[in-house]
Design a binder for this molecule. Sequence first.
Ligand SMILES: Cc1cc2nc3c(=O)[nH]c(=O)nc-3n(C[C@H](O)[C@H](O)[C@H](O)COP(=O)(O)OP(=O)(O)OC[C@H]3O[C@@H](n4cnc5c(N)ncnc54)[C@H](O)[C@@H]3O)c2cc1C
Length: 475
Amino acid sequence: MPPNPAPTIVWFRRDLRLGDNPALTAAVATGRPVIPVYIHQAETDGPWAEGGASRWWLHHSLKALDQSLGAPLHLLHGLAETVLPRLAREVEADAVLWNRRTEPWAERQDAACAAALAGLGVATRSFDAALLFKPDTIVSQSGQPFKVFTPFWKACLAAPPPPPPLPPPIALRPWSGAIAGDDLESWRLTPHTPDWADGLRRSWRPGEASAQARSSEFLGRNLPFYAVGRNRPGQDGTSRLSPHLHFGEISPRQLFHAARAAGEPGEGRDRFLAELGWREFSAQLLRQFPDLPQRPLRPEFERLVWRDDPDGVAAWRHGGTGYPIVDAGMRQLWATGWMHNRIRMVTASFLVKDLLVSWRVGEAWFRDTLVDADLASNAASWQWVAGCGADASPFFRVFNPVLQGEKFDADGAYVREWCPELAGLPDRWLHQPWRAPAQVLRQAGVTLGKTYPLPLVDHDQARKRALAAFAGLKA
Ligand SMILES: Cc1cc2nc3c(=O)[nH]c(=O)nc-3n(C[C@H](O)[C@H](O)[C@H](O)COP(=O)(O)OP(=O)(O)OC[C@H]3O[C@@H](n4cnc5c(N)ncnc54)[C@H](O)[C@@H]3O)c2cc1C
């Protein structure tokens, strides 16, 4: 190879890691200088561009990647199909490599990038690294994509296991030329005035090193108890790896193999692997139904007449519904950018069924406030709760927020953490303070309507209203 061989560009996307990164590994293996690039292209994501919490995460994840690469990460903005050919021409690149994203629009963009680069005589190679199984390979016996999770996951487990993850490449050969790129701060991904990200800073450390540390800690300590722990919002029973997985700081293949190595076959391990399966299932639903974030998979739900309730929605968003388990969840989301899965189901059910507000309103709020906001998982889960998804919880299954609280937060640890104004209430009344005797409320320092809201709706009546609206669909 000549002393200054043409460089290879690696286009980073939702794969902000060194380990199990086939595009990066292949680029390093060429022995050529490597130019790592990230392109900020809010235009392509259109209405699905990252929300505020995700942008905060992205900022810090890009910083962490830059520090770990051993070569500067070049930041560019614009449409990738314009930016990549321009860069390739400027640096006289030999090839451009990337890992594929799985969203339908990303596939179209990949084709446009490959065509534009081919026109310049620049080679391209792309790889699968976002899912456990190659997209579109898990299909039914008749060759159709699955619409129901259980047979989908069975088919996954019957397929050859995902390939073992690649180790991080030993060292990158940096490119010595100059590239005019952006400064990360100029993208203004983090909030300034007001700076609402304090809770995020205290809760998270984005980046690959932190993802690996969290994975080892969870698999080493919690995996055997996961089947029960995953339903206890007051405990640290789940992995909290979702934002790391979303941004590709850890790959699902790394996690799959690490979980298999860490745990004996059994409830905890198998349940955890199945949750990775739900992520996989959601991604393939979005591929099958690109309208998933907008349109109900069950078309009859287009006819459901949702309520327009700005005050109710505002109370829901900010944790002021008067139902402690709902309020605790919404406050956890606002403060930390994350919410426990069980509570995501309870809060989503409350919006859609108790308030009879469209699931799209909730989907949008979660997309803006979750650090793990993921187009496929978020839309599929909202449709699941709303009963309009492919493999959904039936609409008539309306979560009772009091019973959910009493069952899954029996000792009240979760509600007491996020609704401290109720902390003095005995467990018996904690999930239904409006039923507590006046003296109990007084002793706990709770004045309903003042220190804590009265219930926004009567759950039994709201449930009846929701069921009547649902019955109307069949008429
Ligand atoms: C209304 C609603 C909205 C949701 N929105 C999102 C979202 O935007 N992004 C997101 O990643 N998850 C979403 N989920 C799924 C789930 O709540 C989170 O993945 C989980 O709470 C993340 O916490 P964890 O990493 O500790 O999960 P763990 O229990 O440790 O699970 C491990 C991993 O499996 C995946 N996973 C677990 N449960 C699900 C699920 N039901 N669907 C898809 N993947 C799953 C996640 O990648 C998760 O990190 C949503 C669920 C609901 C009910």
